[in-house]
Design a protein around this ligand. Structure first.
Ligand code: FEO
Length: 177
């Protein structure tokens, strides 16, 4: 069974991942409405991924004979000022998630919970990848600038990332067979 401290920290993390999933879904919907198909597809996928992150935690907490609590989630913003602002928000949220994971890792050391520490290694690596991905997207957006066709080029860049991620997922599926 998990200690009460770790159980609470993991339940807070469930809420954070669930919130990320909803925020990213709202962002995907906004991109869709604005005709930015590449960005929309990317954010829909990110939203799914965050749900998976939440579910991994839900299953882990329950497997450890503790109780995963499903949170109430506040309605995310419906409108975003620009693609750049949207991705800045995503990057800030990912940094917040990384900090939260790091705090739970520290708590695992404090409480000698090496099982949870081991479970969290996947999240540590995932956060490194996600932060790097979002930083890369923001760098590209800055390079493209805010000229008349900037949205077109940003969306094109996101489509390239979508294609690369889909190819990587297919390779993984092929490798798993
Ligand atoms: Fe699950 Fe991207 O934080």
């Amino acid at each position: 069974m998990l200690s009460k401290k770790i159980e609470k920290a993991l339940n807070d993390q469930i809420a954070l991942e669930g919130t990320a999933s909803f925020i990213y879904l709202a962002m995907a919907s906004w991109c869709d409405k604005e005709g930015m198909e590449g960005c929309a597809q990317f954010m829909y996928r990110q939203s799914e991924e965050e749900r998976e992150h939440m579910m991994r935690l839900v299953h882990y907490v329950n497997e450890m004979d503790s109780h995963a609590i499903i949170p109430a989630i506040k309605q995310p913003s419906k409108e975003y000022d620009s693609a750049q602002k949207l991705f800045e928000e995503v990057y800030a949220h990912e940094q917040k998630v990384t900090n939260a994971i790091n705090k739970i890792v520290a708590l695992c050391y404090e409480t000698d919970d090496y099982t949870t520490l081991n479970f969290l290694q996947w999240y540590v690596e995932e956060q490194r990848e996600e932060e790097s991905l979002m930083r890369g997207i923001l760098d590209k957006i800055k390079l493209i600038g805010t000229g008349g066709q900037s949205l077109y080029y940003i969306d094109k860049e996101l489509n390239k990332i979508n294609a690369a991620q889909m190819a990587a997922a297919q390779n993984e599926e092929g490798g798993a067979e």
